[in-house]
Design a protein around this ligand. Structure first.
Ligand code: ADP
Length: 645
């Protein structure tokens, strides 16, 4: 009986695609890790619908011919079913597409219209069985299309396919790259198949076979279980990343506000403490032991307060850098001033630890530069403070030179070398991390947060520079920062604070890089002032807070000049000088000693000179006077003039 029904050649493609869809269905059905994505369930519907549509189509084009003996009602039913199955398949395909382009279900109207069209279509097809306005068979067995065939049978699939493709085009940007490609190929391949089928007036049945190729593309690109797993994992990672970013932002906000909250009262504490220090210095009507205690306590408060302040400033800087709020503000500045200022601060710390501080500045570097002076100062101070912190004996050296000089720019090379504990090879990569402190067993007594180098590196990065480090564990470290700077074409005058420094640098006409000075004074501020002035000469400066300390240093180090205060507790300046002359271990017997005192009474100069002092300077010290005296007592080969006459 089957022999009556030869397989028509136009269904060959449909038979082939039914075969491979079946294989695909079995493979995907056997996939143990089948996805739980809604798109996957819709994909299964699509597969089943496509197979049913293919089966019905093959049956229709094989059996729906009365001349082959098939009863007319069966032929009509097959034709009707064939049309309905095609519409169903296109509808499921559209719903599947919508799942991707409108996963939140916002385009409700599109799917409501889709449903209305589908049910209207079903009703019309059922009515057609009686009224015959779409398709029917004549009593003689001829298959006929009614006047409403084209608008009714084609309008539904065309609506589904076009709305699906339109949505896809509009929402293409919201899709991932794989989805874009897979959905586009599947949609257009199905569309082309339908167009070819329509163009050949149904001679070749290609819409369902091309649709099946689309299903293959969809399966192997976006519907396999491992791809779904990948998507799930990506989503988990994305959420975790969002949480981490949020937590990091909350941490930064918290740190920034806490730092600010702590800084405000801390400034007051430090300010009041400074007043206590000033008051205790002035009061002569109170028991000196009492004021001495108060002074000591106040000094401790100041030291601890300053450490706290620097920690808070570091945290603030870090949060600023992290949130991208740290701006580099280039402005004209003078390199000499900057280095002298930095040197003055660091020298005090170095000497408090008994370290030598050496400062070198390449004289060929143009003095007027354009850059963020504040940040460069911060970088230098950070590196130098670390060098002092992590060095117990020996020296700390700041060497500023330049490279890559052009007419308008240069690269500042700031080299900070120490003879300290050094860094282990394996720790080198860690030291620039946030809150990273290394070698804690040796460093636990050294104060620090592990933020300094991280900030330094980031600030240098913001200025388009870089930093290098080389170190030998147990022998010392060298940090070299390279920071591009513009050269300021015109000389300039600075305002306010800068003005004072400008004047200091203006009057310095020579450097004495190979000289070593000793300044003896019991008053810390006086020492600071003298050091600041002498720093301009780029030599090495040692200090002593008492006569005894001075005598010790005079035994250990050969100085080129010694500045001695007169009024000091215990040994005064004159006694110290006289004892030094009698000390056989003193290696500075021939070194000129200059009296630097607030005693400015008439005739004191002669008195000091008669005692053997080489010269006399009165306090408050005038820089020009100091320079004249230094120049007068140094051998000519130790003085290098900045603008040789
Ligand atoms: P800290 O506040 O701990 O000094 P830093 O970020 O400045 O933080 O430095 C990170 C770590 O790098 C330090 O804990 C220290 O172990 C190491 N380090 C930094 N500078 C030096 C140096 N000059 N010599 C030896 N170790 C150093």
């Amino acid at each position: 009986m089957i022999a009556n029904y030869p397989i028509p050649s136009k269904t060959f493609f449909e038979i082939a695609s039914l075969g491979y869809l079946l294989v695909l269905y079995l493979i995907s059905f056997n996939d143990k890790n089948r996805g739980t994505f809604r798109s996957y369930k819709l994909f299964r519907h699509l597969e089943i619908n496509m197979m049913l549509a293919l089966i019905v189509s093959i049956l229709t084009y094989t059996f729906a011919y009365p001349e082959l003996g098939t009863p007319l009602p069966v032929c009509t039913l097959l034709r009707t079913m064939d049309s309905i199955m095609c519409v169903m398949a296109s509808r499921v395909f559209a719903v599947y597409l919508m799942e991707y382009v409108d996963s939140e279900g916002r385009l409700k109207t599109v799917s409501v219209i889709g449903n209305i069209i589908f049910f209207t279509y079903l009703i019309l097809m059922i009515l057609n069985l009686h009224f015959k306005f779409i398709l029917w068979y004549t009593p003689e067995g001829t298959y006929m299309h009614g006047s409403l065939f084209v608008p009714i049978v084609f309008s539904a699939p065309v609506y589904y396919l076009t709305t699906g493709i339109m949505m896809l085009i509009f929402k293409l940007k919201t899709l991932g790259p794989r989805e874009k490609v897979a959905l586009s190929i599947a949609s257009f391949v199905t569309l082309f198949g339908t167009i070819i089928q329509a163009a050949t007036n149904g001679v070749i049945l290609l819409s369902l076979p091309f649709g099946s190729i689309g299903i293959f593309v969809l399966y192997f690109s976006i519907e396999t279980s491992d791809y779904h797993q990948l998507l799930k994992n990506n989503e988990i990672l994305r959420l975790a990343e969002q949480d981490a970013i949020k937590a990091n932002r909350a941490k930064s906000d918290f740190l920034a506000s806490m730092s600010h909250e702590i800084r405000t009262p801390l400034n007051a504490v430090l300010g009041m403490d400074e007043l206590i220090l000033l008051e205790t210095g002035k009061r002569t009507d109170v028991d000196p032991t009492f004021t001495g205690h108060i002074k000591e306590y106040a000094e401790n408060i100041r030291d601890a307060g300053q450490v706290l302040l620097s920690v808070i400033n570091d945290i603030l800087d870090l949060t600023k850098i992290e949130s991208g709020k740290m701006e580099i503000k280039p402005a004209p500045y003078r390199l000499h001033d900057l280095i002298n200022d930095v040197g003055t601060m660091v020298r005090v710390r170095a000497e408090q630890k008994g370290l030598a501080y050496v400062q070198k500045l390449d004289p060929s570097i143009p003095d007027h530069l354009l850059g963020d002076e504040l940040r460069i100062r911060q970088i230098m101070i950070n590196l130098l403070n670390n060098a002092v912190k992590y060095t117990d004996s020996g020296s700390v050296e700041l060497d500023v030179s330049m490279s890559d000089k052009t007419e308008n720019s240069l690269s500042l090379c700031i080299k900070v070398a120490d003879t300290g504990i050094g860094i282990k090879e394996e720790d080198m990569s860690l030291i620039f991390g946030d809150f990273q402190r290394i070698d804690e067993e040796h460093n636990h007594k050294v104060e620090g947060t592990g933020l300094g180098l991280s900030i330094v590196k980031r600030m240098i990065g913001l200025m388009n520079g870089h930093i290098e480090v080389s170190s030998k564990y147990g022998e010392g470290s060298v940090f070299t920062a390279y920071i591009p700077q513009d050269i300021c074409s015109e000389a300039f005058e600075k305002s306010s604070d800068g003005e004072k420094r400008g004047k200091l640098a203006d009057v310095i006409t020579y450097h004495t890089p190979d000289c070593r000075y000793l300044v003896v004074d019991d008053n810390r501020l006086n020492l600071l002032v003298a050091k600041r002035f002498l720093d301009g000469l780029c030599g090495q400066i040692d200090t002593a807070r008492s006569g005894e300390e001075a005598l010790q240093k005079m035994k250990q180090t050969k100085y080129d000049l010694i500045f001695m205060d007169h009024m000091m507790p215990d040994l005064d300046g004159i006694q110290t000088y006289e004892m030094s002359l009698e000390d056989p271990d003193n290696i500075n017997i021939k070194t000129p000693v200059i009296m630097m005192t607030a005693n400015a009474l008439c005739g004191v100069r002669e008195e000091y000179l008669s005692k053997g002092f080489a010269d006399y300077i009165s306090k408050p010290v005038e820089i020009k006077e100091l320079l004249r005296v230094v120049e007068r007592h140094l051998p000519g080969d130790k003085v290098s003039y900045l603008n040789p006459l």
